[in-house]
Write a protein that binds this ligand. Structure first.
Ligand code: SF4
Length: 341
């Protein structure tokens, strides 16, 4: 097990990009972040899987930067365009505690793979100061087991997004041909790290609902026109993880805008090339029916799936204090304002 230390940012090899750059000297690697821990937004989120949202909402903390940088990322403002503000380890811990006080069912750390040492230290600090709710690690799965092991004992729920097992697609969309190799190892490590456990609680109407306390939920975002890739993921999940982890199929793929003022010409060209490796549109009814048939044919022990979406509700704007629709989130911290009350 690696012990968290900010020294890991020297000659950084935290993720499978292995950039080897001195982030402590202000140099940025592929993730576009120095050793500063930066956050864009934190708040209660009501759009996660039902046992993760439960009744109080998931306490999401959106970390700035990303080591994968998908061409279709809905959070591109923070994953690729560096929107966010630095926080100290103590402020990160305070954000966790404010989310807990606001009624969060868990702390849900979104895309923090490039900032594991700081987040681990922040969680240790928060736990010393009274953080008792479960902690979720919500990541791209492009992670090494060595780095993940810094979170051993600090994270209860693993939420990896297993994006593809096709190296041609991962090279085209993330410039990471080795994504399948690392993601498979990371996800299996997560499923072995925590067993599935639940409790029951009452929602606001007094109905009993399940709340997940520990374990792994493997997410998979279905790419329009690439159901063959989804089949690869389902085959692998059935063989290695069914019964040990939950599967969550996401149908929310939404074409994201590509504003000229945010991207250089080269970046725009790269994005167009990446997005041409599948069909950059919403999923259609025919694909959705095929997905339902597929789910039934595998007879998974437990699977979640989203209903088909036909709007852009999922697209956040992190320039706004409320990045999501009011029904979906209740912010408590924003990168421009800090704590909101
Ligand atoms: S965390 Fe960032 S700098 Fe470190 S290896 Fe990954 S992409 Fe490179």
């Amino acid at each position: 097990m690696s012990v968290p230390s900010l020294n890991f940012y020297n000659d950084c090899t935290l993720c499978p990009r292995f950039c080897g750059v001195p982030r402590t000297m202000g140099v940025k690697g592929f993730c576009r972040e120095t050793s500063d821990l930066r956050i864009a937004s934190a708040g209660l989120h009501f759009g996660e899987e039902p046992p993760i949202t439960a009744s109080g909402g998931s306490g999401t903390i959106f970390i700035t930067g990303c080591s994968l940088r998908c061409a279709f990322c809905q959070n591109y403002q923070i994953s690729q365009k560096e929107m966010g503000s630095p926080v100290s380890i103590e402020e990160f811990a305070r954000i966790c505690l404010v989310l807990q006080d606001a009624g969060a069912e868990n702390i849900n750390i979104v895309t923090g793979s490039h900032a594991v040492p700081s987040i681990a230290l922040g969680l240790e600090n928060a736990k010393k100061k009274g953080l008792i709710i479960p902690v979720c690690w919500n990541s791209s799965a492009y992670e090494t087991v060595e780095t993940l092991s810094m979170l051993d004992g600090l994270v209860d729920l693993w939420l990896p997004d297993l994006k593809t097992l096709n190296p041609i697609i991962s090279e085209a969309v993330f410039k990471a041909e080795d994504y399948p190799k690392y993601a498979k190892k990371a996800v299996r490590w997560m499923a072995d790290n925590k067993i599935l456990s639940f409790t029951q609680k009452k929602d606001k109407e007094g109905n009993l609902i399940d709340k997940m306390l520990s374990g792994t939920v493997v997410r998979h975002l279905i790419l329009p026109g690439r159901l063959d890739d989804t089949v690869l993921v389902l085959d692998w999940f059935k063989k290695h993880l069914d019964g040990k982890a939950y599967l969550s199929l996401m149908t929310q793929y939404t074409p994201v805008p590509s504003p000229d003022e945010l991207y250089t010409k080269t970046e725009q060209c790269e994005r167009c090339t990446s997005l041409s490796s599948f069909q950059n549109r919403l999923l259609n009814e025919t694909e959705f029916s095929s997905i339902i048939s597929l789910i039934n044919s595998y007879e998974f022990e437990q699977v979640f799936y989203q209903e088909l979406t036909s709007d852009t509700d999922w697209l956040p704007d992190f320039n706004a204090v409320q990045p999501f629709s009011n029904a979906l989130a209740k912010p408590v911290w924003h990168w421009k304002n800090g704590f909101l009350s």
